[in-house]
Design a protein around this ligand. Structure first.
Ligand code: FES
Length: 171
């Protein structure tokens, strides 16, 4: 018996929510999974994700439109985006922003000379109660402090070193 696509989508979303945790910070990872498997994020998917994570559909829409813009604008290998919307602003995003600039040696809107990191602003990522929120490609970090910035970036630098050999082989 064929399972209707919506049913399959719902089951998949439930699985991804279970894997990532039934929490707002799962919004982007789950959207990424849907995009990867289904090639798009339908209205129905947004509805189910919103229901599962307790996020208003309007908010899910906002994040999806921001996310589609993200996909087209990947510049550095790691796209670092700090939310600049009001809740994160009040939660201390300026100090985090300065620390990101110091650590990466670039300003917002720029890419490191080695092409590894680009630094950009983001609009609300739907994690307003856990700000400041930071997105590095599909990885979401919440309650980011200047002290945490170094460790977060170090994870990605390490990831890159591990992948270097693989990349050389691919090219
Ligand atoms: S204001 Fe930053 S995640 Fe919503």
């Amino acid at each position: 018996m064929m399972v209707p696509v919506q049913e399959r989508l719902r089951v998949d979303i439930e699985r991804w929510v279970a894997k990532n945790g039934q929490d707002r910070s799962s919004l982007i990872p789950v959207l990424q999974e849907v995009q990867k498997k289904y090639g798009r994020i339908s209205e129905y998917a947004m509805q189910v994700i919103g229901d599962q994570l307790g996020i208003h559909p309007v908010e899910v829409h906002g994040v999806v439109s921001f996310y589609s813009f993200l996909k087209e604008s990947h510049k550095g290998r790691f796209d670092v985006r700090l939310c600049r919307t009001i809740s994160c602003d009040m939660a201390g995003r300026d100090r985090v922003a300065r620390q990101l600039e110091n650590e990466l040696g670039i300003g917002f809107g720029e890419t490191t000379p080695d092409g590894r990191f680009s630094l950009e602003w983001a609009n609300c990522l739907g994690m307003c109660d856990q700000g400041p929120a930071l997105l590095v490609n599909e990885h979401v970090f919440t309650r980011v402090t200047p002290e945490k910035v170094h460790d977060i970036l170090a994870q990605f630098k390490k990831m890159m070193d591990v992948n270097v050999f693989q990349q050389v082989e691919e090219h």
